[in-house]
Structures are given as structure tokens and as C-alpha cells.
Design a binder for this molecule. Structure first.
Ligand SMILES: [Zn+2]
Ligand SMILES: [Zn+2]
Length: 171
């Protein structure tokens, strides 16, 4: 990695256009090294996405621009009631619960998922499926401690943007 001599510690600058990089941070595994987590931010000035290793305070690297990044940042719009984003510290439990519940033959069996949002009125959780950036699945968790039998946990694919496809989920 090239470290620019003009980099001021503590100031996050876009590696592409040098504008302040003050958007929201998204965390994702590195594409080539899944155990390594990267922070990503989208520059509001040039629309490029920048990345750096998690917990690093050094300069950012360019991750390019284009629609393939949209799904990462599309979820930042407010969600319709009663949906809410899952705080970073609560994702792991919901991801582990899905892995526990899905039986063989289930479309999400063996998939690496990221818990995105949950419904405040029922046990439904939205996951993104890591291998396919366009695949968001709404899942009704059973909260059992062993795999269920199909179709449980029931799952529905969601179209983007999530804000629209979650709006008709009513109680
Ligand atoms: Zn920029
Ligand atoms: Zn619900």
C-alpha cells in the first residue's frame, strides 16, 4: 500500500478526489480473504467507494465506483415501520441462529449471510447473502435450536431497494 506523505492522521480523505470521507462506515469481509474485515465508505463528492482494514486509522484505498456497491449503501435509507437495522453487535447472534435453523435443501443452507434488518412486530429478519450482492432474503426465524423441516424457516427474496420491498409487510 502506498502511504501518501501528506496524509494527516485522523482525517479521513477520499483517495480518489481528496474530499473529506465522512459518510457512514460499512463493514465487509475482504473479497479474497474472508477472515479480514474491511471498512468501506462512499465518497459523497466523487461517488467512489474507499476501503481500509478494520481498526486501521491510516489512509483509505480506492475500491472503485459503480452499481455493484449500491446494495451496500442502499440500506442506509430509513426503513419503514416496524423494521429497523440490526446494530453491529447483534448481527452475529442472528447470523448464527439462521445457520442453526436451515435444513438441507433450504435455499440458504451453507450460505454466508449478513443480518441486515429485523421486524419489531414478528420474528422476521432480512439477511444479505454474501455470494450474490443482489440477494436479500426475508426469513421468518423459528428460534429452535435445531434445523427445522422445509419450508421452515420460510424465506422470501426481496427486491431492491429494501425500503420499497419491506413496505408491504404488515401485521
Ligand atoms: Zn471522492
Ligand atoms: Zn413482521
Amino acid at each position: 500500500m502506498i502511504i501518501g506523505s501528506c496524509h494527516a492522521p485522523g482525517v479521513d480523505l477520499c483517495p480518489t478526489c481528496s474530499a473529506p470521507l465522512n459518510g457512514r462506515t460499512v463493514r465487509r469481509p475482504a473479497p479474497d480473504e474472508p477472515l479480514q474485515v474491511r471498512e468501506l465508505r462512499r465518497c459523497k463528492t466523487c461517488d467512489h467507494v474507499a476501503w481500509r482494514p478494520e481498526s486501521d486509522t491510516g489512509p483509505w484505498s480506492d475500491a472503485g465506483s459503480g452499481p455493484e456497491h449500491d446494495y451496500l449503501f442502499a440500506t442506509l435509507q430509513p426503513l419503514p415501520e416496524p423494521w429497523s437495522f440490526i446494530p453491529h453487535g447483534e448481527k452475529a447472534e442472528l447470523e448464527a441462529q439462521l445457520r442453526t435453523e436451515v435444513p438441507d435443501e433450504h435455499p440458504l443452507r451453507g450460505k454466508k449471510v449478513i443480518a441486515i434488518a429485523r421486524c419489531g412486530g414478528c420474528d422476521e429478519v432480512v439477511y444479505s447473502v454474501e455470494e450474490d450482492p443482489g440477494w436479500f432474503a426475508r426469513v421468518h426465524l423459528t428460534w429452535r435450536s435445531a434445523p427445522g423441516s422445509l419450508p421452515w424457516p420460510t424465506t422470501t427474496p426481496l427486491a431492491l431497494p429494501l425500503v420499497n420491498s419491506l413496505a408491504d409487510h404488515a401485521h
